[in-house]
Ligand binder design. Structure first.
Ligand code: ADP
Length: 268
């Protein structure tokens, strides 16, 4: 399988703070790839680096086998969509106006939206189940609706690769599942490669083709959930007691947290 994005010996640092250390991996085309890891392990830094938003200290990121640094910003925006962790809530735009911004990298010299752009935006809004809210201001939407609107904008870009930073954070259970189903549909219906940061290991275990576990900016594990969702690996990474078993809901593994007070944990 040819890679959608390939990372070779990547190091990233903020001033005086090394964050990502010697990361080498690739995401295959049409793969749903989820980055997990404890707080501060470098997940957001990594996804921003993949989006071309951070200058890297050393190493290389290749998109379609060409170094990211050789892409013009407009070309990158046509190929890679990035949905940040918490986008501004008090935007003056309506859902439709904001989603149409996803067409910006394709606009002609006059900067006008063509009929085709409007149709693509309409489809993206429908795909995310927001047609009835197209004329509403973003600031009047719930967190889940707004998150779907930002995803609709990303879809409108017609990207080959979509990068999302914790898209399910702060959403209720049904919205978490809807966002994950949406990403799986992007993958299967459109062949889009999806890379996502998630703080929710169980959700990640249900949907990921592969997981990357970051600890302290290093790769602690990378592989299908059956390899990474492992008691020893995860309890070491997160520094807490946990048990892994088969989910009663489907063919995936489940992580069960243990209380620090051992008397409250069931006998195993
Ligand atoms: P995660 O997403 O896994 O929680 P981050 O990538 O946000 O981790 O952060 C990794 C490390 O980089 C943390 O120690 C954090 O404090 C540091 N960091 C993040 N952003 C900046 C920044 N703009 N300047 C300096 N340090 C930062």
């Amino acid at each position: 399988m040819s890679p959608a994005i390939r990372i070779h010996r990547l190091h990233c640092a903020y001033p005086q703070t090394p964050v990502l250390r010697d990361l080498t991996f690739q995401v295959d085309r049409g793969e749903l790839f989820i980055i997990i890891g404890p707080n501060g392990s470098g997940k957001t830094t990594l996804i921003k680096a993949l989006a071309g938003l951070l200058s890297i200290s050393s190493g290389e990121i290749f998109f379609k086998e060409r170094s990211l640094k050789h892409y013009k910003q407009k070309d990158l925006a046509r190929n890679i969509a990035y949905v940040a962790q918490a986008d501004i809530a008090d935007s003056p735009f309506t859902v439709q106006e904001m989603v149409l911004m996803g067409r910006t990298p394709y606009l002609g010299i006059l900067g006008l939206d063509s009929r085709a752009d409007l149709e693509i935006a309409r489809q993206a809004i429908a795909f995310t189940g927001l047609s009835h809210l197209a004329g509403r201001r973003l600031s009047s939407l719930s967190g889940g609706e707004r998150q779907r609107a930002y995803i609709a904008r990303a879809i409108c870009q017609h990207p080959e690769l979509i990068l999302l930073d914790e898209p399910t954070a702060a959403l209720d259970l049904s919205h978490q599942i809807r966002i994950m189903d949406l990403m799986e549909r992007m993958k299967t219906a459109q062949g889009t490669s999806v890379v996502m940061v998630s703080h929710d290991i169980n959700l990640a275990a249900m949907y990921a083709d592969r997981l990357l576990l970051l600890v302290d900016g290093r790769m602690a594990a990378c592989g299908p959930p059956s390899q990474v969702i492992d008691e020893r690996i995860l309890s070491q990474a997160y520094d807490c007691g946990l048990l892994v078993d088969s989910s009663p809901a489907g063919p995936w593994l489940r992580v069960n947290l243990m209380r620090n007070d051992p008397e409250q944990n069931a006998e195993t």
